[in-house]
Design a binder for this molecule. Structure first.
Ligand code: C6P
Length: 413
């Protein structure tokens, strides 16, 4: 388990009331929402900000001379400043808006990968990657002749770091690794991964989709060249995400998509491009989503990422302790460095039965392969049940889950 980090007193009972959906019913029962790794819920502060923008402030950005457009542009760019300080990037120019983690990785794979990889070059991924951090690299490898190498995972669900060191070599162009596994819950040693890659002269991308919502992430401390995440997993809107990249790399990378706003001058003979970050943001961007995300960052910062981490530490310890008491339940992923989720299986009950019967009791968890088929194959399971927590969950939610699982089991005994 990860360590508790501070003694900050925050009233999480009160915070829970910011999320109207948590007081609603599902299938005739009070909702227990334990699918936060798929998407977190939105507090009214963020929903209200989106509503105000959409009703009274909407306009396109970077285009209009009129006041509304300038105000929308200011709010849109303000979000970039907030993200920059939230993850401690060196400059706001290092923050590229995308539609999410998947889009961010595709951008790097296509823009950086297509221009830097050639036949026989190697891209190191890990066995626990989400498909979003596998498929884009495979697609680029097919075009360039690059080869994918995979860091194996141990029985506890940790990266085999000795194997990683052995994989690094003169041909390693890119190391792309998940920060926190969405399927196992493992928190990976991303600074060490990044340092080792840099000593080897390789570039590093970290998939932070499951890390940024739950802990203070400092991209300069981690040192990775690229770091990516999604707004909808951190109380923000869907369809919005971030690519952080070191400025010197972004400056020399070609644009990924062409269109309005990403250009400097266009003629039929030749087009020159806007500067970083704008050269990567073609067309009308997700304006309201960026403003909603800005409000989500304000919301998280007001609670404090340390307080969130500590709260989730307490909840995940309770979750693991309670689930451990259920006969026949086996965890998939038992790292000492576990984030706030638990994946589990039963020998004679399929995960989709667990999920369906819990849903009927008002309890939402995720079942299936979690878009991480290779790591499930590694553990010889087709699917797991996954309960994933957020700071607004309570011990009562976990008690309801345990009661619910025992009820599910009663059907199969
Ligand atoms: N994982 C889950 O239930 P997007 O869809 O682009 O916002 O995020 C993709 C993604 C990438 N990396 C990791 C580690 C992720 O967990 C996810 C999304 C969700 O686990 C949906 S599959």
């Amino acid at each position: 388990m990860k360590q508790a980090v501070s003694d900050i007193a925050v009233d999480f009972e009160k915070i829970r009331k910011d999320f109207p959906i948590l007081s609603s019913e599902l299938n005739g029962h009070p909702l227990v929402y334990l699918d936060n790794a798929a998407s977190s819920q939105m507090p009214r502060q963020v929903a209200d900000r989106l509503d105000r923008y959409n009703r009274f402030e909407h306009s396109n950005v970077h285009r209009g001379i009129h006041t509304l457009s300038q105000k929308a542009t200011d709010a849109y760019e303000e979000a970039r400043k907030k993200v920059h300080s939230f993850i401690n990037a060196a400059s706001e120019d290092e923050i590229i808006y995308t539609t999410g983690t998947t889009d961010s990785i595709n951008l790097v794979a296509n823009s950086y990968g297509l221009t830097h990889f050639s036949e026989g070059d190697e891209v190191i991924l890990s066995e626990m990657e989400h498909h979003a951090n596998i498929v884009p690299w495979q697609m680029v490898a097919e075009k360039t002749g690059a080869v994918i190498k995979v860091i194996p995972v141990t029985d506890s669900g940790d990266l085999d770091m000795e194997a990683y060191k052995r994989l690094l070599g003169p041909k390693t162009k890119m190391v792309a690794v998940i920060h926190v596994s969405n399927a196992l819950g493992t928190i990976n040693p991303v600074k060490e991964i990044s340092d080792l890659a840099h000593e080897n002269g390789s570039v590093v991308l970290i998939d932070g989709a499951q890390a940024v919502p739950h802990q203070k992430v400092d991209v300069q401390e981690i040192g990775a060249d690229f770091y990516v995440f999604s707004a909808h997993k951190m109380c923000g809107p869907t369809g919005f995400g971030i690519l952080y990249g070191k400025k010197h790399l972004l400056d020399e990378m070609p644009p990924y998509r062409g269109g309005g706003d990403m250009i400097d001058k266009v003629t039929f003979e030749k087009t020159t491009y806007n500067v970083t970050p704008f050269k990567f943001e073609a067309g009308t961007p997700p304006i309201s989503a960026s403003i909603g995300f800005s409000a989500a960052i304000d919301y998280l910062e007001k609670i404090g990422m340390k307080a969130i981490e500590e709260r989730e530490y307490e909840l995940v310890n309770y979750l693991v302790e309670q689930l451990s008491g259920i006969n026949g339940l086996k965890f998939v992923g038992e790292s000492e460095n576990r984030a706030c989720l638990a994946s589990f299986v039963f020998d004679h009950i399929h995960a989709s039965d667990v999920g369906t019967l819990l849903d009927k009791q008002g309890i939402a968890i995720r079942t299936g392969h979690h878009c991480a088929q290779p790591i499930l194959r590694r553990f010889n399971v087709p699917a797991t049940s996954r309960a994933s927590l957020s700071f607004y969950n309570s011990k009562e939610d976990i008690d309801r889950l345990v009661e619910g699982i025992n009820y599910v089991k009663s059907f199969f005994e």
